[in-house]
Structures are given as C-alpha cells and as structure tokens.
Design a protein around this ligand. Structure first.
Ligand SMILES: CC(C)(COP(=O)(O)OP(=O)(O)OC[C@H]1O[C@@H](n2cnc3c(N)ncnc32)[C@H](O)[C@@H]1OP(=O)(O)O)[C@@H](O)C(=O)NCCC(=O)NCCS
Length: 165
C-alpha cells in the first residue's frame, strides 16, 4: 500500500537513499521534511518492508511543486511501484492545490526518463553540470489537476497501487 511516511520509516528512507551514488538525502533532512518541511513524503509499504518513496516539496506562494526524490528498492524495481508512487505524488500535490509538478533527473537515467515521459512529463530544459559528478540534468514538468489524475492498477505484480489521498 501507499501511505504517508512517518518517523518510524526513517531507517527505510535512509536505506533507500543508498541507491544513489551521491546527492543523498540525509537522515536529518528526512526528519526535517517529515516534521517541519513543506513536503509530502509517501512510501510504498509491502508490510514487512518499505520498498519505495517519493518526496514532493512545496514552495510558499507557488502552485508548482517539485518532485525531490523518487526511489524504489533495486530488488523491487520494474514492477510498477515507481509509476504508482509517482501517481500518488501527483495526487498528493494536486490535493494541496498545486497545478504543476517539476523535477530534475540525470540526463543519463534512461529508466527514469522513460517513466516520466510515459507519465506525461515534458522536457523544459537541461542544466549542465548539475550533479556532483558533473552530469547534466533534464528539467521536466507536468501540469496536474485534481480531476485529471487517475490511479491505475499497478502492473507487474498485479497489486493495486493503494489509493493515497
Ligand atoms: C526510476 C525508478 C523510480 C522507476 O521505478 P520502477 O518501479 O522500477 O518503474 P516501474 O516498474 O513503475 O516502471 C514504470 C516505467 O518506467 C520505465 N522502466 C522501468 N524499468 C525500465 C527498464 N529497466 N528499462 C527501461 N524503462 C524502464 C518504463 O517506461 C516503465 O513503464 P512500462 O512498465 O509501462 O514499460 C526506479 O528504477 C529507481 O528507483 N531508480 C533509481 C533511483 C532513480 O533513478 N530515481 C529517479 C530519480 S528522478
């Protein structure tokens, strides 16, 4: 099921960040996001284990939110969990009145780029040298609204994505 993250998820959130070689979100930052941040953190909870998360950041006075992180446990990738969490992130942001989501993704991250393109994100630009290792970022954007986002059944393992509102 997809649900909002709580402090008890901190270990799992930090563990999932190890997927990234650099630019990780620290435990302290996650704690801040959960307690004080203008953020939504949603997790994919398989009962015994949290196997994915998505982080959305909000900016005061802006109706555009940012997908700050989306990560799935490597052992559970390719089963529709990323798509389900992305949809949950979109629903969450739309429910808070946001009309657009934007994000940066490594220009060499073909899997993520394919996911976002399929989900309707448009490329709005490129930022050279954005990441620690100087890899460029693609900037992506999608318009969202409460009515335009539907939650689909999750592919791969046949489970429903677990509607999160
Ligand atoms: C990118 C990531 C979030 C995708 O999550 P996932 O659960 O593996 O992806 P899904 O199973 O939901 O697949 C969704 C779409 O992604 C694309 N995709 C997934 N795996 C793919 C692969 N091995 N090769 C190419 N495209 C792939 C496809 O377009 C797929 O849609 P389809 O199943 O209809 O073909 C996940 O691979 C991940 O955590 N990667 C490491 C962290 C990362 O790069 N995060 C994104 C940073 S912005």
């Amino acid at each position: 099921m997809i649900r909002p993250a709580v402090l008890a998820d901190l270990d799992a959130l930090v563990r999932l960040e190890n997927v990234f070689p650099g630019d990780r979100i620290s435990r302290k930052s996650f704690r801040h996001l959960l307690l004080h941040g203008h953020a939504s953190v949603v997790v994919y909870d398989e009962g015994q284990r949290v196997t994915g998360n998505a982080v959305v950041l909000y900016r005061r006075g802006s109706s555009s939110a940012r997908i700050y992180s989306l990560v799935i446990d490597p052992a559970r990738q390719g089963r529709g969990i990323g798509r389900a969490l992305l949809e949950a992130a979109e629903q969450t942001a739309a429910a808070k009145g946001c009309v657009a989501l934007h994000l940066e993704v490594r220009a060499d991250n073909e899997v993520a780029l394919a996911l976002y393109e399929k989900a309707g994100y448009d490329c709005t630009g490129r930022i050279d040298g954005y990441y620690q290792d100087q890899m460029a970022a693609q900037r992506l954007r999608k318009g969202i609204s409460k009515n335009s986002i539907k939650t689909r059944g999750q592919g791969g393992n046949g489970r429903k994505s677990g509607v999160y509102t």
